[in-house]
Structure formats: C-alpha cells, structure tokens
Ligand binder design. Structure first.
Ligand SMILES: [Zn+2]
Length: 173
C-alpha cells in the first residue's frame, strides 16, 4: 500500500509539472513541424459533442474563415480546422485555436442578436482561461498568428485583418 501511495504522489507531482509546462510560454519556435495536437473534448451548450474535421486552407478561404470555424452541419455542432497550416504552429497556439472554436459552441454564439465582436472576445478570452494561459503566452499566440497569416488590414478574412495582440491583451484587463 505504501508503495502504491508513493507512486500516486509521484504521478501527481509529474502531472503538475506537465500541466505547468503547458501554461508557461515555452521558447520553441512559433512555427515548425509540430503535427496536430489531440482535439479537445468539446461539448456544446446543449450537451452535444462537437466533431472536429481537418479541411484544406482553400476550403476555409471559400467560407471566408481563417484557421478554423465553428458551425452546424444539420443538427451536428462542427469545427473545421486548417489541416495544412495548423500542424505547423506550436502546440500552445493550436490549443488556443481549437478551444476558441469550442467556446463558440459552448456559449451558443449562433443565437440571433449576438455581435461578432462579443462572440470573438468571449471565444478568445474563454480559450485563454481554459488553457490557463498567461499574458506572455497570449502574446506569443498573437505572434504565431502573424507568422502564419501576415497581418493585412485590407484582408477579407477577419482573422487576418485583426491584430491579435491588443485583442488578447484585453482578456487580462
Ligand atoms: Zn471565433
């Protein structure tokens, strides 16, 4: 019994270490061959499990979306993510994007009379909170967005035409 207890304490310490390392900004490059992180277990505001699908950059562009989008396919809540670009971004960034889309479903942002600005802010701030990210990590996420999608104020895609630095910083004010 003692041994078992010692082992579970050890596991708890190790898990805490793993958890902390995912919270604090790492010094790895913003872009690389990271591969995809596991998809979040996401349940929407009506208790339905959200399905994640990888699609091409072109498919998202046709939908005027950036790296990912949340929508309904029939009654099924769905997230589509860019399977070409997202695996190149560091895991912190990937988790932010994937949880951002989940929060759109969790908070049921598809109801009428919810402004885009409100929904995007709630999705960004909610994802930062779920992932336990600090301001420094949030600024790295904005840097990674710039690296993947160079900022262009005239872009048709809102995610590209928005500088994420002040947007994410507001979540900490
Ligand atoms: Zn969004």
């Amino acid at each position: 019994m003692m041994k078992k207890h010692a082992l579970s304490s050890f596991l708890a310490v190790s898990l805490a270490a793993v958890f902390n390392s995912s919270v604090v900004a790492d010094d790895g490059p913003l872009l690389g061959n990271y591969g995809l992180v596991p998809m979040p277990h996401c349940v929407d505001g009506h208790g339905r499990t959200v399905k994640y699908y990888g699609v091409s950059t072109q498919t998202l562009r046709q939908a005027k979306a950036g790296l990912a989008r949340a929508f309904f396919d029939g009654g099924q809540p769905v997230v589509e993510y860019d399977k070409e670009r997202l695996p190149r971004a560091n895991p912190e960034f990937q988790k932010h994007v994937l949880w951002h889309e989940c929060v759109h479903h969790q908070r049921d942002h598809f109801r009428p009379h919810i402004s885009d600005e409100f929904a995007e802010r709630e999705a960004d701030c909610g994802a930062l909170k779920i992932n336990g990210y600090d301001l420094k990590t949030a600024m790295r996420i904005a840097d990674t967005m710039d690296a993947l999608y160079p900022y262009d104020p005239n872009a048709m895609i809102q995610a590209v035409a928005t500088d994420m630095h002040p947007v994410l910083k507001r979540c900490f004010e």
